[in-house]
Write a protein that binds this ligand. Structure first.
Ligand code: GLA
Length: 706
């Protein structure tokens, strides 16, 4: 029998995980702030033992991480599954434990059920915990896995949760609620992460905000069906968890087969939501292939809202000419360049350059783009097919479907079954051919409908389809070194902590309305850093909301992301072009700060303004935006405060307007606007008096340590 220690622990960056193994099952005693090196872990174990109430089992049994019914746990078990109606209530015993300074692996077994289950905890140096679980069937009968969720206990002083919901052009809207007895389950069943996907779920101490309170977060590394959970039992104990949402029969394990669940990304902050954001950003940015580590994020022009399906060389050349003057670095041709795709009803699936619109291929346009100093990007939607396409006419059976019926269409399209090897190879080879023929730096990859009846030869196949798209992206990158991929899904329908490992950019939303974008970007940025989020200056009148915004407001909104333009620039005035040029050079001069610093959001006494910014890691510089969202409830605005600065250092503070002037509606503006010097502590605790901005206006504030 291998030696099983009584406790194992990990700590990094002020975060600690302590797991007790002494009761025969892994029990998380603590995940949160580092409890100090003098802690007696055995004493913590003793102190954590529960009293035994009346009308319960005679002894308190720690349910541990597997939460088995057989241990008297009456909440949701970690593993649900069965073998022909048997083995539905396993009892796992610890079989082996291995650990090193940053990870712990615990293997457990239920001999009589023939099930092996294991968990791996890995704590990054930034204090981000990854929890990976897997289950293996060793019996000679098949075992159907229904769910394998990973859970962490929440301290009793955690009373609130926050998660995010949304829809097309309004993704990531927060929902904050009190944790009550019961299970709060955010489920995604549409075969992609979806507009309604939470990306991350938070649990917080009462009233926690951006800088204060304790916050725990959980997010899943998966782009298919998911479930995020918070459960509170009548005992008073609460926990937070997540896992892949498996469809019936999706995972049936034969003898020796294993189900590896998507990993959970977990973090803890003692300094509010900004602390959670900071850990995720530092963790993602520590990757050698993180987009802003590889190279500065190029200023992008996407021509979708400029020309839609109306492709012609002359018009696109005019656009490229203006883009060059402004300083654009990447030019992206969107939907409509291939097959019979003159509108959204046909041609999807035929990834061959259209003779009708591009009789000489894409080379003439790419030459125009490159000769004006820009790189070229191209749109694909390789997981989809219009029934009116050569591909569908030839292979109608290559769509995800249940035998004998055709799924309802979404945007006149069906989902190609990429788990079908021939279909996968077909898509790969057509796209590979385009990428081999032309000099293409970047592809925008769309996914414009939900999955229904997502079956491969009768069997539910969302899981396999999700793995196939990861594989397709990875193989395209392998064959075309340096290729960047943007994940788009009718805007922000496939942004998640799984796709961060396969894509370089996300299209945050089809909504380019700057006011809506303020909210969408703020909440998407809780765990996804700005350098991965496409944010474009759209047309003066938004195409999705028909609101009209001044250029400066759109420009300041687009600055806090991987910035770009999506607008018919040939229609712009000289003044607008000059403002865009000034904004473009501001973006280029400051993107290294915006894409590497700490994101800070300042809590406000009312909802009329947002104040958010990026502070350099060494606190030497910062850029904040003061955003007027709506009319103020008071006649003069609340103090403009800044957090995250060096309290004892002096900073020069000034207001800058690199993309045109905001509309001020006061009689006089304060006199500090050209510069004032205050300590970081004064800027945090007292602040400065802002000018009065009209609603839907914004200004930038630069801070520089002296
Ligand atoms: C989706 C995307 C848009 C655009 C269109 C093209 O809606 O979100 O940005 O690419 O498809 O059809």
């Amino acid at each position: 029998m291998p030696h099983i220690p009584a406790f194992v622990a990990l700590n990094a960056d002020g975060v600690q995980l302590i797991v007790s193994l002494s009761s025969g099952t892994p029990v998380i005693l603590h995940f949160g702030a580092d409890l100090g090196s003098s802690l007696d872990v055995a004493a913590l174990g003793l102190a954590s033992q529960e009293a035994v109430p009346h009308a319960d089992l005679d002894e308190h049994i720690s349910p541990g991480i597997w939460r088995e019914d057989s241990r008297g746990f009456h909440g949701r078990p970690a593993l649900l599954g069965q073998t022909n109606g048997q083995n539905w209530a396993p009892l796992f015993a610890i079989q082996g434990v291995t650990s090193d300074p940053d990870s712990i692996e615990i293997a457990c077994v239920d001999q009589s059920a023939g099930l092996e289950i294991a968990v791996n905890y890995k704590l990054s140096k930034e204090g981000v915990l990854r929890v990976s679980q897997r289950v293996k069937n060793q019996s000679n009968e098949t075992y159907a896995v229904e769910e394998l969720n990973a859970w962490l206990p929440l301290p009793d002083h955690v009373t609130e949760t926050m998660d995010f919901t949304g829809r097309w052009v309004k993704e990531r809207q927060p929902q904050r609620r009190e944790i009550q007895v019961g299970t709060w389950s955010r489920e995604i069943r549409e075969g992609r992460s979806g507009h309604d996907y939470t990306i991350v779920q938070l649990a917080m101490t009462p009233g926690a905000n951006y800088q204060t309170g304790e916050v725990w977060s959980v997010g899943l590394q998966w782009s298919g069906n998911t479930r995020h959970l918070v459960e509170k039992l009548p005992t008073g104990r609460a926990s937070i968890g997540a896992g892949e949402l498996l469809l019936p029969g999706e995972v049936i394990l034969a003898q020796g087969e294993e189900y590896v669940a998507p990993s959970l990304v977990v973090s803890y902050s003692a300094e509010g939501i900004d602390g959670i954001t900071d850990r995720h950003y530092r963790w993602l940015r520590s990757r050698s292939n993180h987009p802003s580590v590889v190279r500065p994020r190029p200023l992008t022009l996407n021509v979708w809202e400029a020309v839609y399906f109306d492709h012609n060389l002359e018009k696109l050349t005019q656009l490229a000419d203006v883009a060059q003057v402004i300083g654009v670095e990447r030019f992206v041709l969107d939907d409509g360049w291939f097959g019979s795709r003159r509108n959204d009803r046909s041609g999807l699936g035929d990834w061959v350059v259209s003779n009708d619109v591009w009789p000489n291929g894409l080379k003439p346009l790419i030459d125009v783009v490159k000769s004006r100093g820009m790189e070229f990007g191209l749109w694909f939607e390789g997981e989809m097919v219009n029934p009116d396409s050569d591909l569908f006419r030839e292979h109608p059976d290559w769509i995800l479907h249940v035998e004998g019926r055709t799924p309802p269409e979404g945007r006149f399209q069906q989902v190609l079954d990429l788990t079908h090897q021939a279909a996968f190879e077909h898509v790969f080879s057509q796209i590979d051919a385009i990428l081999s023929e032309y000099d293409i730096a970047y592809i925008k990859w769309d996914h414009n409908r939900t999955l229904t009846d997502a079956a491969h030869f009768g069997k539910a196949a969302v899981r396999e389809q999700t793995k196939a798209i990861y594989r397709l992206f990875d193989e395209l990158k392998l064959h075309h070194p340096g290729l960047e991929i943007e994940s788009c899904s009718s805007g922000g329908g496939r942004i998640d902590l799984g796709m961060v490992n396969h894509a370089d950019r996300f299209w945050t939303s089809d909504c380019n309305d700057a006011l809506e974008r303020q909210y969408i970007q703020r909440y998407t940025q809780y765990v996804i850093p700005p350098e991965m989020l496409g944010s474009h200056i759209g047309p003066t009148e938004s195409h999705t909301t028909h609101r009209t915004h001044s250029l400066h407001f759109r420009a300041i909104t687009a600055l806090f992301g991987h910035a770009g333009l999506e607008w018919d620039l040939t229609q712009t005035t000289d003044e607008e072009r000059a403002q865009l040029k000034s904004w473009a050079s501001y973006y280029k001069a400051n993107r290294s700060l915006i894409h590497s610093g700490r994101m800070v959001r300042i809590e406000q006494p009312d909802d009329s303004v947002f104040v958010h910014g990026v502070v350099a890691q060494d606190k030497s510089r910062a850029i904040f935006a003061l955003v007027s969202l709506r009319g103020m409830p008071t006649s003069t605005p609340n103090a403009l405060r800044f957090e995250g600065l060096d309290g004892v250092a002096n900073y020069r503070v000034k207001l800058v307007e690199p993309a045109g002037k905001a509309q001020y509606v006061g009689r006089h503006s304060p006199r500090w606007l050209d510069g004032v010097v205050l300590t970081g502590a004064a800027l945090a605790r007292v602040g400065i008096r802002p000018p009065i901005l009209a609603p839907e206006n914004a200004v930038l504030i630069e801070l520089e340590r002296l």
